[in-house]
Ligand binder design. Sequence first.
Ligand SMILES: Cc1cc2nc3c(=O)[nH]c(=O)nc-3n(C[C@H](O)[C@H](O)[C@H](O)COP(=O)(O)OP(=O)(O)OC[C@H]3O[C@@H](n4cnc5c(N)ncnc54)[C@H](O)[C@@H]3O)c2cc1C
Length: 295
Amino acid sequence: MKTLIIEIIEPKRLGELVTVSREFCEKPDIVAVGAGQIPGSFAKAYQVEDTVASNLVSDLASLILKEGYEIVLLSASTLGSGIAAPLSIKLSAPVVSEVIGIKPELVVERPLYGGKAVATYKLKKMPAVLTIRRKYFESADLQGFTEPTLLGPGGKKVELIAETEEKAEGIPLEDAEVIVSGGRGVGSAENFSMLQNMADFFNGAVGASRGAVDEGWVPPTQQVGQTGKIVAPSVYFAVGISGASQHLAGIANAKCVVAINKDEDANIFKRARFGVVSDYKKIVPVLIETLKEEA
Ligand SMILES: Cc1cc2nc3c(=O)[nH]c(=O)nc-3n(C[C@H](O)[C@H](O)[C@H](O)COP(=O)(O)OP(=O)(O)OC[C@H]3O[C@@H](n4cnc5c(N)ncnc54)[C@H](O)[C@@H]3O)c2cc1C
């Protein structure tokens, strides 16, 4: 099937969509968004430097109609979600967002009810627009580069006047192999320094539940979950986190979840491989001491 990927030029993100595209075709085409070379080997590549979704939709819709694409893949990111909805309206195309599974015969899966259920859909009309949830598909290894032709000039509906980078100290949450996340049970912003100490031992990062973010103890950029970041570390410590489905939606692909919670009935224990029922203030300092001794 004729497949088009629309994505920011970032190898890991592109790689995930390439993996998904293989369910539909051998070699997809791409609209690469942003500046720089396009990694990977695509049948045809287009490039557009403007990264504002509203400015891209018209040109993308014309391209899709002209070339007769049947499947359009974007990631379920700010850009992808921003493009998918207006694009699908312009094309009268079906859209399925936050896809986490692709099955044969154009069947796709997405989570519902904060991750408590999975819905399965069959695509019946082309083109179909899919946004793919990050970290649910392996990122394909992208070899070489593809020369693009420019798309656009496009009409500016919105102008980007500033882009401010998150103040990232240490390793980014999405790249960390070990994440120590805290929830409302951590009790205060100061107490999060204990979790930071623990994360530092593993060269890891500190995450948080929405409970902790709502309390103002950690910035929203550290939130893990359905409306936060999706992470897939080797080890995920959930400290004082109840394990609401919306939080679990962000750690579906974490390999080993370790829960520390004083409530033995907390939902997090259903997801955890290892669980400690205790006040974290007793456990975390002991863990840090042990790590110090081992180091
Ligand atoms: C549309 C929508 C989207 C959402 N998106 C997200 C999201 O992306 N991410 C997210 O996290 N949430 C999200 N939520 C919120 C989610 O439903 C929960 O409210 C939230 O995850 C709860 O955070 P928490 O576990 O930190 O707090 P709580 O549910 O209050 O749990 C605190 C836990 O800490 C334990 N505890 C207390 N003291 C200690 C102690 N001293 N030692 C050990 N354990 C202790 C308690 O037993 C309890 O289990 C969303 C909700 C909605 C409706």
